[in-house]
Design a protein around this ligand. Sequence first.
Ligand code: PDD
Length: 283
Amino acid sequence: MPIVHLNGKNLPAEEACVPVLDRGFIFGDGVYEVIPVFGGRPFRLSEHLQRLENSLDEVRIPNPHSRAQWAALIQDLIDANGGGDQSLYLQVTRGQAPRDHALPENPAPTVFAMSNPLKPPADEILEQGIKAITLDDIRWTRCHIKATSLLPNILLRQTALDAGAAEAILIRDGYATEGAASNLFVVLDGQLTTPPKGPRLLPGITRDVILELAAAHGIPHREADVRREDLAAADEIWVTSSTKEILPVTTLDDAAVGNGKPGPVFKKMYALYQANKAALRAG
Ligand code: PDD
């Protein structure tokens, strides 16, 4: 039975209960993080905590913990679940209050965290790549906030799955923004390209790692708008996230991307990413 954290205590998942009037349950009124853990250590912890703080500020939920308290809580939970590699999920809701759209005056946020298995994509997927489809981005206009209210993302991902694809690449006003639960990279005109940060997409931590690795290893790269038609012209398309790492998209809307196989820039970046992980595990 996995151990979870709820409001200051670690306990078995089946014993953790949240009141029905919690605004997370009633309104989806909360924010979250997913932090990968390698060798018992959280990856890019300060960046994840910074993004959590930004999300909390944006939705006006008071941050219930200091950085040091967050770090201790997270490490305790990692240890309680046996260390190693994990995917640590963390959420803060505005807490319990009578149902009212107006914000409660003195909210007592609910803090919940759990550990899930972190399974890197299978070799077969990395060798063949995945299928994706483009869909209109039906989300709100503040996608830089990592909000728990994910109904549009869930429906978009499911529409992709129903079409036999693994991810949806979202289009807003003619521009590709990101995936339903991932960021987007394309290799276009010899440059690794990802849409710039802003309210249309989540500022992914994996995205930042990839841009840093590209800079450190001389891979030409840029943050620039990606038009819908650029996707069809791209030599490579990837989607990235903390849990899926880097996945090459080899079929988009039933057409091959490039030669239909994971490309050379992907292979190089995948190796760099794995080396980075191994360095973290080695301390
Ligand atoms: N989601 N964009 C969206 C919409 C996401 O949901 C995610 C990750 C990302 C990638 O961010 P990062 O590299 O920091 O994981 C981009 C997580 C994994 C999830 O919802 O489970």
